[in-house]
Design a binder for this molecule. Structure first.
Ligand code: DAH
Length: 364
């Protein structure tokens, strides 16, 4: 019995995990163990020996169980400590940081421009970048052989169904698919979807097959404006542009319209704003600064095209031009950013170097 107890105590001391200790307990106190067998044998002993034998086995059992529970406590404490050590969180540890991005200044400027029109009570409208040729050209009164449709300007995506690549003509799926060359197709889409009266600003990216250089990019951004109502005139157009110029550049704006041609406006004009840079430094009643980096000494900056909406465009959208009239304009946002913020190379805007955007801070 002593040998069995010693063996059990050695095994208990040798157990290094709770699981091992459980196995030791089963081996040394379970049904097949020496102690259990001895315990079972007591009843078959002569009566006068049973008390002594019982005492002996009882003491043996006591020592073994005591050793098991002491070891169990030790192991449980060690295991708990190991677990805590493993799960420790170092609240002072410096976590790996991801570099912060920055909102692109073109987006910031686009949002600002659009906000000016929202402030005037206009709505925002958007259209797809992959556009039906019909919306981009036909509905805007471009002739089938207008030079802007040719391959040197337009990215063609899909030819008209069943056609040889010439203009689709009819509205809908029979028209070819292109990357829109301007935001003007949103005019007709919005007239069809929203009806009249309509006052909308339409920001978005446009595409032309230009090589990228300091002043050109095949992808650039425009904001289109369209106002259709009863009795709108060119005076409303000028008033709107001047409010816009004041909001964007500050000061007392002066707008100049020069005759031009666009198929979708009649009359059409090129709009110039009096140079905000010369004005700010020299005052409105002075000539422009001959060395001005913004206007090049002319005193004027070209802002984009505009005009009174051609009746043919209104008819494309099913609107009676004798009842409703309106004006439209288109602005290039890259150009405004270059002038307003002194960006000299268009490539800086498209290369995606976050340092360019970060330079503008976190304006939202
Ligand atoms: N869509 C023209 C372009 O991209 C710009 C333009 C000119 C828009 C006159 C207009 C407009 O709405 O009236 O060159």
């Amino acid at each position: 019995m002593t040998a069995a107890v010693d063996e059990a105590l050695a095994a208990i001391a040798g157990a290094t995990t709770s699981a091992e200790l459980k196995q030791v307990r089963i081996a040394h106190t379970g049904d097949a163990s020496v102690i259990a067998t001895a315990n079972a044998a007591i009843k078959s002993l002569p009566k006068d020996q049973r008390a002594d034998a019982g005492k002996l086995v009882g003491q043996a059992k006591g020592r073994v169980f005591q050793a098991i529970s002491a070891r169990q406590e030790e192991l449980a404490a060690a295991e708990e400590e190991a677990k805590l050590a493993e799960e420790t969180v170092d609240v002072t540890a410096v976590r790996p940081r991801r570099k912060r991005g920055a909102k692109h200044p073109l987006k910031t400027l686009e949002d600002r421009i659009v906000d000016v029109f929202v402030g005037m009570g206009w709505e925002i409208a958007e259209g797809p970048e992959i556009e039906a040729e019909w919306f981009n050209f036909d509905a805007l009164n471009f002739d089938a052989d207008h030079p802007a449709r040719q391959m040197q300007d337009t990215f063609y995506i899909a030819a008209p169904e069943g056609a040889d690549g010439a203009s689709g003509g009819a509205r809908g799926t029979s028209s070819g698919q292109i990357l829109r060359t301007h935001t003007s197709p949103v005019q007709v889409r919005s007239l069809l979807e929203r009806g009249v009266p309509l006052y909308i600003a339409c920001p978005g990216r446009v595409f032309r097959t230009d090589e990228i250089d300091a002043t050109h990019s095949p992808v650039f951004t425009q904001v289109e404006g369209l106002a259709i109502d009863k009795g709108l005139t060119m005076a409303h157009l000028v008033g709107t542009l001047e409010s816009f110029a004041a909001a964007l550049f500050g000061g007392a704006p002066i707008t100049r319209l020069r005759p031009n041609y666009f198929p979708f406006t009649e009359p059409s004009a090129e709009m110039d704003f009096r140079c905000f840079h010369c004005d700010a430094r020299l005052g409105l009643d002075h000539d422009a600064d001959p060395g001005c980096r913004v206007c090049g000494g002319t005193g004027w900056i070209e802002m984009g095209g505009c005009g009174m909406v051609n009746p043919a465009v209104l008819r494309s959208a099913g609107i009676d031009p004798t009842e409703y009239q309106g004006f439209a304009f288109g602005l290039g946002i890259e150009r405004i950013l270059m002038l307003r913020n002194g960006v000299e190379d268009m490539r800086d805007m498209v290369e995606g170097d976050v340092r360019f955007s970060q330079h503008y801070g976190t304006e939202i």
